[in-house]
Structure formats: C-alpha cells, structure tokens
Design a protein around this ligand. Structure first.
Ligand SMILES: [Ca+2]
Ligand SMILES: [Ca+2]
Length: 219
C-alpha cells in the first residue's frame, strides 16, 4: 500500500517538475518582414499587421512600423537593417500570445528615436494589464541601442504587449532583436487542481478497497 501511495506522489511530482532546459520560443530580428522587399534594400518605412510572432494591437490597430536603411537612425551594429518603431501614425502597440505557461525571459534591444524628446520616446511592456517595465530616453543625434531583459511568469493565452506611451505624435522609440525564452514550464492553476483532485480520488479509492500492489491503475 505504501508503495502505491509513493508511486502516485512521485507521478504527481514528475508532472509538476519544471523542464530543466530553457527553450527559445522565438528570436525575431524583423529582417525579412518588409513586404515585397525581403532584403530591405534602400531605406524607408512601412506599416504591417503582422511581423513574425508579433501582431499589431491590441486596441486601436495603428500597425507595426518597420523602418529600414537608416531612414530615422542607424540600426545597432550587427543587427541588420530593419527594426520596429513603436509610434506609427500615433502611439502603437504589438503583442504576442503565450502558447504555454511558465517562467519566461524577454530580451530585446531598445533605442530612443534620435532628436525626439523623452516624453515621446516611451515604450511600456505589459503582460496583459500588468506593467513589466518602462523604457524611455532622450533622443540625441544618433540611435543609442541598449540591451534589455525582463523576467516574468505567464500563462498560456496571456498577451505580451509592447505599447508606445507618452506623446502620440508619429515619432517614437525603437525595438529590435526580440527574443522570448521559456526557462521552465510550470503547470497552470487548472492542472494543479486536477492533480490534487486526482490524488484525492486515488486515496479515496484505496481507503474504500484494499487493492493489491500493482493492480491499481493511475490512468
Ligand atoms: Ca533588425
Ligand atoms: Ca511618440
């Protein structure tokens, strides 16, 4: 009997144990996302509804601005020609919907737009309604790219949202090289409840009937 209880507890523990290896969910550099111009030749900007894992919105869809060829500032060294400006015709946003639950890290590059005031160069990062971080800066004569890293715990179906804030004036901060890593998968609350209920059912069944070891099905 003790062996059966031990086995059930071990099975539940194995289900709850986080995965040991980090998993890269996506690494988006926006390089081949300019419609009709996959090599991003020349210089310019355009608005798209989808850029790899990112979708324009939520709320008012002002598109995702892809900017390339140094039309409003230089890309960071070694990051290609294309990046996102998060103020298209006004403050804009883009989101990614988590497919699984767990502990995540989002890495990305940030730069204020050159020659734009700090109050117009703000990007907020949300997990649904929760603010994970605010990134801002005074735009000087050239881009100033810095690496950012944000850790958070998220559940499947929640949206990770980049959102421009401050002055809504078609000029805003830049984002590039967005990388989402799942560090460890954790069960969702519903899964925990099912496991607890399942263990309870096993215990109840064992109290009701003396089941010889090896004949109790945990399935
Ligand atoms: Ca890029
Ligand atoms: Ca702005």
């Amino acid at each position: 009997m003790h062996k059966i209880i031990g086995g059930a507890a071990f099975a539940a523990f194995a289900l709850a144990s986080p995965a040991s290896a980090a998993t890269e969910i996506f690494y988006e550099t926006f390089e081949d996302r300019v419609p009709g111009n996959p090599s991003a030749s020349g210089s310019g900007y355009t608005f798209v509804d989808v850029a790899g894992p990112w979708t324009a919105g939520p709320g008012t869809n002002r598109g995702i601005e892809l900017q390339w060829g140094g039309v409003g500032g230089a890309p960071a060294p070694g990051t290609g020609r294309v990046f996102v400006e998060l103020d298209t015709t006004g403050n804009s946003s883009m989101f990614y919907t988590l497919l699984g639950s767990g502990k995540y890290t989002l890495d990305f590059l940030f730069s204020p737009r050159p020659n734009v005031a700090a109050l117009s160069n703000i990007v907020d990062l949300y997990l649904e309604g929760t603010l994970l971080g605010r990134f801002e800066g005074v735009g000087t004569g050239s881009t100033m790219w810095t690496q950012k890293s944000v850790n958070f715990t998220g559940f499947a179906g929640q949206r990770l949202i980049f959102k421009a804030a401050g002055n809504s004036d078609s000029l805003g901060a830049y984002i590039d090289n967005t990388k989402l890593t799942l560090n460890s998968a954790v069960p969702e609350p519903g899964t925990w409840m099912l496991m607890i209920l399942g263990l309870g059912a096993v215990g109840y069944a064992m109290r009701r009937r003396r089941v010889p070891a090896g004949q109790l099905s945990l399935a």
